[in-house]
Design a protein around this ligand. Structure first.
Ligand code: PLP
Length: 333
């Protein structure tokens, strides 16, 4: 694996800190929980998409794009970070949003990430009904722009293609380096998984380096079998892009979909408990859609004895706290 062969911009603050969660570990009675602060990547309140965008936007620049296009749910962290990255490059970002969640009123539609999208100079060209084929809508919009003489660079939802996933192959390398520096044996990595680029990149990176660190993705949307299939497909394509020989063993891709609740972006009791625990015992802000459910899964699995007491478990905080403001209603109940 030789990541320096790929074009890459510098958009964030790396390496992100890898820190112990002393209070939470004590509260739960072990294992030792560590947090990888990818919420602190620094790009307009940060988050995991920044790593992907370093490779994606570099590819866009190389292809001489004059407009960046992407899509996501109303409170998409990916859309916010994409607009911020484009702003730094002096490029206009035009985005399509999907009303995938409709239950949380005015704040959800306009505050949080949506407010930041506009502040960062993004143009919301459409706010489409839930269930719209967003990839298709985006391709049609890109075709329109091309007819007008533009050269748009289209970034898929969540930045999850093989180029974007390189960002998390780089994170796997970064974790291995920190593990050596801090003399920390990492037994498990756990994080929230959605559009799959994060887990696919990590699995590609850890397998390409023969480090055998197991990664567990806590799904925020898709059922287990589907999520594992999607992650495996993207991880395989990412390995191919990296020139890693051989097929990716199926068992390296593990997802758990027990913490989705009623659906994407819909609050659960365990998510709310996780948010309050991390806020009030560690001073760390999680988010309601991704990292909150990911941490809820980790906490529940710890309580069920899934890990050994002396394991070192690294939770990747993928960001998203800007979305908290879209969910004010949920916290006032
Ligand atoms: C997008 C996102 C994820 C999920 O990452 P994927 O690469 O889409 O699986 C997790 N947490 C936050 C805060 C996100 O914005």
């Amino acid at each position: 694996m030789h990541l320096a062969r790929f074009p890459r911009l510098s958009l964030g603050h790396f390496p992100t800190p890898l820190e112990p969660l002393e209070n939470l570990s004590k509260l739960l009675g072990g294992p030792k929980i560590w947090i990888k602060r990818d919420d602190a990547t620094g790009l307009a309140t940060g988050g995991n998409k920044t790593r992907k965008l370093e490779f994606l936007l570099a590819d866009g620049l190389q292809k001489k794009a004059d407009i960046i296009i992407t899509q996501g749910a109303t409170q998409s962290n990916h859309v916010r970070q994409t607009i911020a990255g484009a702003a730094k490059l002096g490029l206009k970002a035009k985005v399509l949003l999907e009303k995938r969640v409709t239950d949380f009123g005015e704040d959800y539609q306009r505050s949080g990430n949506v407010q930041l999208d506009l502040l960062l100079g993004g143009e919301i060209v459409a706010h489409l009904p839930g269930g719209t084929d967003m990839q298709q809508a985006m391709e049609e919009y890109a075709a329109e722009l091309r007819e007008q003489g533009h050269n748009p660079y289209v970034i898929p939802g969540g930045g999850s293609n093989a180029i974007g996933a390189l960002g998390y192959a780089a994170c796997a390398e970064e974790l291995l380096y920190q593990s050596s520096q801090q003399r920390l044996r990492i037994d498990h990595v756990v994080h929230a998984t959605g559009s799959t680029g994060t887990q696919a990149g990590l699995v590609a990176g850890f397998t390409a380096t023969n480090s055998h660190i197991p990664v567990l993705g806590i799904s925020v949307r898709a059922p287990k079998a589907k999520q594992e299939e999607n992650v495996w497909n993207l991880a395989s394509r990412t390995r191919e892009l990296l020139g890693v020989p051989g097929d990716l063993p199926r068992e390296t891709v593990v997802a758990n979909s027990d913490y989705v609740g009623d659906g994407y972006g819909l609050p659960t009791e365990s998510m709310l408990e996780a948010l309050h625990l991390l806020a009030q015992h560690e001073g760390i802000l999680l988010d309601p859609v991704y990292s909150g459910k990911g941490m809820a899964g980790l906490i529940d699995l710890i309580r069920k004895g899934h890990f050994r007491k002396d394991d070192n478990v690294v939770f990747i905080h993928t960001g998203g706290s800007a979305g908290l403001f879209g969910y004010r209603q949920v916290f006032e109940k």
